[in-house]
Write a protein that binds this ligand. Structure first.
Ligand code: PLP
Ligand code: COI
Length: 363
């Protein structure tokens, strides 16, 4: 039976306070008034869908997620168009990836319709929190975790679903001017047969040591290569990776099971021919990309994802014989990256016809 996320509480932050937050929302630091919740148990299946006031969970210290990390999450955005209406971008893709992540992590699968109903209910209740300023949106974070108190290692018989929302400015402060990326060949994000294609918290926990190493070298994100040989480029800690060539090809590594099947990535591959770029999912070695940048064959590179949108890459930085070496792109924010970014955000903010029917109206 379909879950129903009916509103049970009615907290509303005063408009003046919401406006204050929306004037400078940052990323992921302020949360809206409500949360959608549902529970799954082995004996009852999915039940107790609700839309509640945003509140802390009351969790026993023994619940499995604290010990074994059985958890997944999603990220999508709601956009306010100039006419005041509110839309989300390809949410059914998030719903399906949430299902694939659940399967990989032995968590129960939530119906696509229930996932969509939960975010509809949340965004509708918290419509006042969707910013209208340029480049601002409401970031929605659905997640699912093992909530049974039990220390044996097995999949949990009780699972908690929730969706929360947070007004969001661009993920990288000043990122539109280009970010420096740390290339690690010391650490891996995931290995073959691992959880790379799942959006599970453990992947991000595993990436932090490399992320912090990158930060110590002045970099905003880390580029990971394959765990077995450190030869093939995979993705960044929280974004997919693209390069643009001088002869107008748009290249990104294939989703071979170790990288996340990004929705922004898929959208950019679809849009590329419309803006004169030939998209190709192609295995890329780190060496060929570095050499391509040096000899001018690769002119632009960028990171993409829901949070990052399209963030140009200024340089790839790595340690060579004990010192940092930068391989700098011809453009820190190249014309083709700019065109891709503009084409995508114009669809998301309803400034151009939605030919692919990617936008879903919420309010
Ligand atoms: N890769 C990783 C590891 C991510 O965390 C994300 C962000 O969600 C992406 C890629 C981009 O995916 P999407 O475009 O669906 O947000
Ligand atoms: C997203 O883009 O939705 C992510 O989950 C990535 C993270 C860096 C916030």
């Amino acid at each position: 039976m379909a879950l129903s996320f009916t509103r049970q509480d009615t907290t509303t932050t005063p408009t003046a306070e919401i406006e204050k937050v929306l004037a400078d929302p940052g990323f992921g630091v302020n949360f809206t008034d409500h949360m959608a919740t549902a529970t799954w148990s082995a004996d009852q299946g999915w039940h107790d869908g609700a839309l509640e006031n945003y509140h802390p969970f009351d969790l026993d210290p023994g619940v499995a997620v604290f010990h074994y990390g059985q958890e997944i999450f999603e990220g999508l955005k709601a956009y306010r168009w100039s006419d005041g209406s509110i839309w989300v971008f390809r949410p059914e893709m998030n719903a399906r990836r949430f299902q694939r992540s659940a399967q990989r992590m032995e968590l129960p699968v939530l119906d696509e319709a229930d996932f969509l109903a939960s975010i509809d209910a949340l965004i509708t209740a918290d419509a006042a929190w969707v910013p209208s300023a340029d480049e601002m949106s409401l970031y929605v974070r659905p997640f699912l975790f093992a909530s049974e108190s039990f220390l044996g290692v097995r999949s949990s018989n009780v699972v908690q679903y929730a969706a929360i929302a947070s007004p969001a400015a661009p993920y990288f402060e000043g990122g539109i001017g280009g970010v420096d990326i740390w290339v690690t060949t010391t650490y891996s994000r995931v290995g073959s047969g691992g959880t790379g294609a799942a959006k599970c918290g453990g992947n991000y926990a595993a990436s932090l040591i490399a992320q912090n190493e990158g930060a110590r070298h002045g970099c905003a994100q880390v580029l990971f290569t394959d765990a077995a040989t450190h030869t093939w480029i995979e993705e960044l800690g929280g974004m997919n990776f693209f390069v643009v060539t001088a002869d107008d090809r748009l290249l990104t590594p294939p989703t071979s099971g170790t990288i996340l099947e990004g929705i922004t990535r898929d959208s950019i591959l679809t849009l590329a021919p419309e803006i004169g770029l030939a998209p190709e999912e192609k295995p890329l070695t780190l060496d060929e990309v570095l050499a391509g940048i040096v000899d001018g064959e690769i002119t632009e590179a960028f990171a993409c994802g829901t949070a990052a949108v399209v963030t140009p890459i200024r340089s790839l930085r790595r340690e060579v014989e004990g010192h940092d070496e930068d391989v700098v792109l011809t453009h820190s924010f190249g014309p083709k990256t700019a065109k891709i970014r503009q084409t995508l955000v114009d669809i998301q903010w309803g400034r151009t016809p939605d030919r692919h029917e990617w936008m879903r109206r919420i309010a």
